[in-house]
Every structure is written in structure tokens, then in C-alpha cells.
Design a protein around this ligand. Structure first.
Ligand code: KG4
Ligand code: ZN
Length: 360
């Protein structure tokens, strides 16, 4: 039997095993992260090595530097995840790694490292979609959550409204037509002279500012549930330049609060429209948030208020599980394993991998 045949046989046996432990690795952007997850729901360890200080100097992620740093960190972070879980590699049932979307070089370092480990240890390997990982962070935080539910996925590269119909089964409801929400936060932060990554900094600064201080244009989109952030971003840049041209100092807290307010309004309003349409059709599905931007305090408050008003249950990942981590990859991998979706040694990095195909 070759590796792939042995892997398939092992996976069939795992389906009857009471406890399935997965060692997972995430290297799609600027975090080298590994975790050990039991049955897709319990975190036995979760180690995140952030490269932020390596990229801060350049104001954003430098792909070459990221790949090199991942290469150095992978063995260390994986070993630490095992150690913190109190397990040896032999006791692990399967391995998982993010295979896309993300930076191609960064993804490749993780994929190649895990392929080597899977072959050497003779363990099944699962390739995980990074966005599916973000959605799955909710399964780690809320043990009672089961599909179907609706999910707003907001990260540095994505702003999607999806229906999670079942584990691994998604329907696209709406998406951004231009920039992602996280990207918009990062660009606005840059104009305010805040260091990378800007989203969390704007969020903190906004807590001290007046969200009504400046009014920004309301984005317009053709799709009923689609988003747009590029007009908002340009209007914000123009506003800041106008203030600077007058020789006045930037009222940073007010600007941050006004920008955050505009982004959160756009995100919440489309979600509200979706929930109202669902209610009109006699459905009251649960709502979840996912991705780095779901750590945003104002966004969390908005959705708490919205879901309270609409009388639908709201699920949000624990703050540290909103941004990139290995635990969410291990959770998503468990449900792929149950469907026997394992990878062969020919698995490649897929930088443009999608969660669901465009409906148009
Ligand atoms: O999900 P994530 O860690 O990586 C991607 O898959 O992209 O998301 C990172 C993005 C960055 O744009 C970052 O600025 C943003 O999430 N972010 C935030 C907050 N925390 C992270 N944006 C707004 N408020 C936050 N608290
Ligand atoms: Zn992410």
C-alpha cells in the first residue's frame, strides 16, 4: 500500500474512534500558528507566533520575509503545540494545514512542512480552506453551535455573507465588490499614521472618539447583500488630506471613530436586510461572525444589538480566535476528516482558493 491508500484506510478507522486529535498548522499570512484539537471542538493547545514586528517596519506584510520566517518557525511552533497538549506526534491521529487562500510562498512553506511530517509519521493529512477555518472558530467557542446558520466573514482579504448549510457546505449570499473590510481599516489606519496592522489600533483609538464627528458617504452596491468599502476609504483619505492642507492637526480619535462607525454601519445594515428577508420568509436562522475584523468592539456591539432586536441567536469567536490561529484550522479539519476528504502528497498551495463559487 502507498501513503494515500494507507491514509484512506486510517481515516475510515478514525470514524469509529471516540477521541480524534488533530495537529494543525496555519501559515497563510503573517502568523505561524499550530494547535492540537480534539473532535473539532476542544483546544488542547494553541500556539501563535506572530511576525508583526518583522513587517511593521514596512507598513505591511512582505511576502518574502513572511515565507522565510514561516520556514524557521514551523518546526518550533508545531513542537510547542504538541508539548503544550502533552502529546507525542505518534499519539496524534491526523495532520492538517491551510492550503489557501493566502500568500503563495507563505502557504507553500506550511503545506510542504506538513506533507513531510505526514509522510514521515505515516498520518493522514487534511488541506483546509483558511476562510472555512475562520468560520469554524465559532465551533471552538460555542460547543452548542451546529449548522445551519448565517455567517458574516470579515478579514483582511474577505467580506462575505454566507449560509453555512452543513459542515463544509456553504452558500454565498453577499460579498464585497471591491476592498475587504479589514483592508479598509488597515488603509485608513495608515493615513492616521498608525502602525501595521491598523485594524486593532483604529478600534482602540475609536473608543475615545466621537463617531458622529465626521460624516462619510454611504456605499452603494447593486447586489442586495453586497458590500463596498473603496468609496468610503477614498472619502476618508480625502477628508484627512483636506484637514492636513489647512495646516490643522488630525483629530485622530474622532476620525477613527467616524470611520469605524461607517464600516460597521455598512456591515450591519446588509446583515440586517438579510435577517429581515429571512424573517419575512418565516425563518429565524442563527447568526455568526468570523475573521479578524470580528474582533472589532463596535462590530460586536452592533451585532449584539441587531440580533437582540431580531430575536436571533448570535455567535462570535473568542477574541483571540478571531484573528489567524491554528485552532480554527484543526476544527475545520475534523469535519473534513469525517467526510474522508484527505489530501495526497500532491497537495499544492492554492493562493486564490474560494469558500464558495461566485453565484453570478
Ligand atoms: O482574519 P485575519 O487575521 O487575517 C486574514 O485572513 O486576513 O484578519 C486580519 C484583518 C486585518 O486587516 C486587521 O487589521 C483586521 O483583521 N482586524 C481588525 C481588528 N482586529 C483585526 N479590524 C478592526 N478591528 C479590530 N479589532
Ligand atoms: Zn485570516
Amino acid at each position: 500500500m502507498n501513503y494515500e491508500e494507507r491514509s484512506r484506510a486510517q481515516v475510515r478507522k478514525l470514524k469509529d474512534q471516540e477521541k480524534v486529535r488533530i495537529l494543525s498548522l496555519e501559515t497563510s499570512c503573517d502568523e505561524t500558528a499550530a494547535a492540537v484539537i480534539e473532535n473539532g471542538r476542544t483546544i488542547l493547545s494553541n500556539v501563535v507566533f506572530s511576525q508583526i514586528d518583522l513587517h511593521e517596519l514596512y507598513g505591511g506584510v512582505v511576502p518574502e520575509i513572511a515565507s522565510r520566517a514561516h520556514m524557521e518557525a514551523c518546526p518550533r511552533v508545531a513542537a510547542e503545540a504538541l508539548e503544550q497538549a502533552g502529546m507525542r506526534l505518534e499519539e496524534i491521529d491526523a495532520l492538517a494545514v491551510t492550503c489557501g487562500p493566502g500568500l503563495v510562498g507563505a502557504l507553500l512553506t506550511g503545506v510542504n512542512y506538513m506533507k513531510g511530517l505526514a509522510f514521515a509519521a505515516d498520518k493522514p493529512l487534511i488541506g483546509v480552506n483558511h476562510i472555512e477555518g475562520h468560520v469554524s472558530a465559532n465551533f471552538l467557542t460555542s460547543p452548542e453551535l451546529e449548522p445551519p446558520f448565517l455567517c458574516l466573514v470579515v478579514s483582511g482579504g474577505h467580506s462575505h455573507l454566507v449560509e453555512v448549510r452543513d459542515y463544509g457546505e456553504y452558500r454565498l449570499i453577499g460579498q464585497t465588490r471591491d476592498d475587504a473590510a479589514g483592508e479598509a481599516f488597515d488603509k485608513a489606519a495608515r493615513v492616521l499614521g498608525l502602525p501595521y496592522p491598523g485594524g486593532p489600533r483604529i478600534d482602540r483609538l475609536a473608543e475615545e472618539g466621537n463617531p458622529e464627528a465626521f460624516s462619510l458617504p454611504k456605499p452603494k452596491t447593486e447586489g442586495r447583500y453586497d458590500y463596498s468599502f473603496s468609496g468610503l476609504k477614498t472619502a476618508f483619505l480625502n477628508l484627512c488630506h483636506q484637514i492636513e492642507q489647512k495646516g490643522e492637526p488630525l483629530p485622530k480619535a474622532d476620525l477613527a471613530a467616524s470611520f469605524r462607525n461607517a464600516v460597521c454601519t455598512e456591515l450591519a445594515e446588509k446583515a440586517e436586510r438579510m435577517l429581515r428577508d429571512e424573517a419575512a420568509a418565516g425563518r429565524r436562522p442563527a447568526m455568526a461572525l468570523a475573521g479578524g475584523v470580528s474582533a472589532n468592539r463596535e462590530l460586536r456591539r452592533r451585532f449584539e444589538a441587531l440580533c437582540g432586536r431580531m430575536n436571533v441567536p448570535l455567535y462570535m469567536p473568542r477574541i483571540d480566535l478571531c484573528t489567524d490561529n491554528g485552532a480554527m484550522i484543526g476544527s475545520a479539519a475534523y469535519y473534513r476528516l469525517r467526510r474522508e476528504e484527505t489530501a495526497g502528497l500532491d497537495m499544492n498551495a492554492m493562493p486564490a482558493l474560494r469558500l464558495v463559487e461566485d453565484r453570478r
